[in-house]
Design a protein around this ligand. Structure first.
Ligand SMILES: Nc1ncnc2c1ncn2[C@@H]1O[C@H](COP(=O)(O)OP(=O)(O)OP(=O)(O)O)[C@@H](O)[C@H]1O
Length: 315
């Protein structure tokens, strides 16, 4: 075990009288190298939050091994927790406190020197608004205040569950810049997210989980390269799409139909498509290789229907 964070064969089953037995983690493993921004991705209910809660000692695993910064968890949690910042549940702030008062209170409670408050306000870009009450903050500012609260103790590892959830594009960009500057300063960041385009832009490496098991992990470039599907977008007159889809499918291609085009995979020679359709007097108006992105890889590997509709719209 060499990474900053190592998880091996983690298992967890929830048992409740009302909901019965639910296996949240089924032999899940994950590894994060130092100084990386690591995206932890999976469909709803795949086990992300359970993993993060187990790491932080909020829930007990049934079995498996975990280390953070070389310390074995959960036994060494008291030794390591001071070096780990985490945001797994949205923190509640007093609305009438200012940002600075909020952090000062947390610094005092955590035995952190008061001068650190201004440092973290600067780091998260809230120094100018530190004297304003939290109730006047945007959601993005509150999220950055929450991240600031985890930075007070100068952690080496930051664990964030959906840090960009609910943010508008400018809030997402500010959060991305914050993550980049923290990683640039040497921090290792693990973040779960559903915003796959954002993860692709921000993260160095990813782990994708589905049904409590790891389905893929590696650098973003490796994951994309290993899952390139050679997909081609084929456009024809709309009324010809159903006939063309049937013809290409019968000839051995894998075809997905969209309202104004087809996506064809499993074919390495685009000329074959043009010829096969032209022989039936169907003429292609566009034939374009589709760039593979993390969203399509995620969909392909997890079969997540929630993401499928997003993929369809964006093609
Ligand atoms: N306290 C609990 N009691 C019973 N079942 C639970 C509990 N917490 C989670 N589960 C179940 O465990 C599975 C994994 O849930 P988890 O919250 O870890 O997934 P997730 O990947 O974080 O999902 P989301 O993206 O929706 O937050 C789900 O089937 C969920 O219903």
């Amino acid at each position: 075990m060499t990474g900053v964070l190592e998880i091996t064969d983690l298992r967890k089953t929830y048992r409740s009288r009302r909901r019965g037995r639910r296996q949240a983690l089924d032999g899940f493993s994950m590894s994060v190298e130092p100084g990386q921004v690591h995206g932890f991705l999976g469909p709803n209910g795949s086990g992300k939050t359970t993993t993060l809660r187990i790491l932080l000692g909020l829930v007990a695993a049934d079995s498996g091994e975990m280390t953070v910064l070389g310390e074995r968890l959960p036994d060494a949690l008291p030794q390591v927790i001071g070096r780990v910042g985490a945001l797994v549940e949205s923190p509640q702030f007093f609305p009438n406190f200012t940002g600075r008062q909020t952090l000062s209170l947390l610094a005092t409670a955590g035995g952190v020197p008061a001068r650190r408050v201004d440092d973290v306000l600067e780091l998260v870009g809230l120094a100018d608004r530190a004297g304003d009450r939290v109730k006047g903050y945007s959601l993005g500012m509150r999220q950055r205040l929450a991240v600031a609260s985890t930075l007070l103790k100068q952690p080496q590892v930051l664990i964030l569950d959906e840090p960009a959830n609910g943010l508008d594009p400018s809030g997402i960009r500010q959060m991305r810049e914050l993550m980049r500057s923290l990683a640039g300063a040497g921090m290792t960041i693990v973040l779960s997210s559903h915003i796959l385009g954002e993860v692709q832009q921000l993260c160095d490496s990813v782990t994708i989980i589905a049904a409590g098991r790891r389905v893929v992990s590696g650098t973003v470039a490796q994951v994309l390269a290993a899952n390139t599907a050679d997909a081609l977008r084929v456009r024809l007159a709309r009324e010809e799409l159903p006939g063309a889809a049937a013809l290409l499918t019968a000839a051995g291609a894998v075809v997905n139909s969209y309202h104004d085009h087809l996506v064809v995979t499993g074919i390495t020679t685009p000329e074959w498509i043009t010829r096969t359709l032209a022989e039936r007097q169907m003429y292609v108006s566009e034939l374009t290789p589709l760039p593979v992105d993390l969203e399509s890889v995620f969909l392909q590997l997890t079969g997540d229907p929630a993401t499928a509709s997003t993929t369809e719209v964006s093609q």
